[in-house]
Ligand binder design. Structure first.
Ligand code: AMP
Length: 296
């Protein structure tokens, strides 16, 4: 497996494969790899060659976010990628990606204006800028993104379409721990007690999905149900006999909402494919999760 740190060499590597008519699948990551990342690599292996990148992108972190403490495990990440059959890894430094005097950014598409775009101002600008730069260094045929970061996937689809990049964007299903928690590099920040409360995200999504499949289509009532579970006050038939335990909820909920799956616009009733999206804090760790709601 080749480990490349210069955009010029990365470009040569991919261009040479493309000139031989090969398809190249790409998995961009920030490292600290887990099985979620590796599932994207597995999907990318349907291409003739698979490349990955490891880069903790400073421009997508806000001033009070975890850029400094973000886990960095380069050696073991490289070993995992090699074992998974990746041909080359692009692992540039921040100085290479953002040389002195760097000042050109891509503005994020409209679909990035809501949800994460509101909670993390500038986040998607950083994401689309780095993804465009990665696509320049690695002019691949296919790129694989996790639906775990649902809005990010939609933002990148939109950017790729709007800027006519010609790369096929593939969204891959979220990989979860056996108890339902969506895998994330940030899960390692959680204490044991927080790890328990973090389950409320996947649990509330599972409840909403259950209600949806039982026939509930009213977005307001489904959202209400999600909020109740996330704040530790589940509404159940015998709830009057239970003492609510507010301390068992998340520490804050940024949003728990249901929107149209295609364009993330609000809806009152689920009359087309939808997605339930949650973001919130457990302790100081911000977690996100989501679930698509569509007929079986
Ligand atoms: P990150 O390293 O967090 O920037 O993630 C790199 C890619 O892996 C993104 O496309 C994420 O959406 C995807 N990813 C992260 N966690 C998961 C997961 N649990 N299941 C599937 N994909 C994931």
């Amino acid at each position: 497996m080749e480990v490349i740190d210069s955009p010029e060499l990365a470009r040569k590597y991919v261009t040479s494969l493309r000139s031989q008519g090969r398809t190249v699948g790409f998995v961009p990551t920030m490292g600290a790899l887990h099985d979620g990342h590796l599932s994207l690599v597995e999907a990318a292996r349907s291409c003739d060659f698979t490349v990955a990148s490891i880069f903790v992108n400073p421009t997508q972190f806000g001033p009070n976010e975890d850029l400094e403490t973000y886990p960095r495990t380069l050696q073991s990440d490289l070993e995992s990628l090699e074992q998974c059959g990746v041909s080359a890894v692009f692992a540039p430094t921040a100085e290479t990606m953002y040389p002195k005097g760097f000042s050109t950014y891509v503005s994020a598409p409209k679909i990035g204006d809501t949800l994460e775009g509101v909670c993390r101002p500038g986040h998607f600008r950083g994401v689309v800028t780095v993804v465009l730069k990665l696509f320049q260094a690695l002019p691949v045929t296919h790129a694989y993104f996790g639906k775990k970061d649902y809005q990010q996937w939609r933002v990148i689809e939109a950017m790729t379409r709007d800027l006519s990049l010609g790369t096929e964007i593939i969204g891959c299903e979220t990989v979860r721990e056996s108890d339902g928690l969506a895998m994330s590099s940030r899960n390692q920040y959680l204490s044991q007690e927080e790890r328990q409360r973090a389950l409320l995200l996947s649990q509330s999504l599972a409840e909403v999905e259950k209600a949806y499949h039982a026939g509930e289509r009213c977005v307001e009532s489904l959202q209400h149900q999600m909020h109740s579970i996330l704040t530790g006050q589940p509404v159940s038939a015998d709830s009057h006999t239970e003492t609510p335990l507010p301390s068992m909820g998340l520490d804050s909920v940024d949003y728990a909402t249901i929107v149209a799956a295609q364009d993330l616009t609000p809806m009152e009733s689920i009359d087309r494919p939808a997605v339930a999206l949650i973001a919130g804090n457990v302790g100081t760790t911000r977690l996100i999760d989501n679930r698509e709601l569509r007929p079986l």
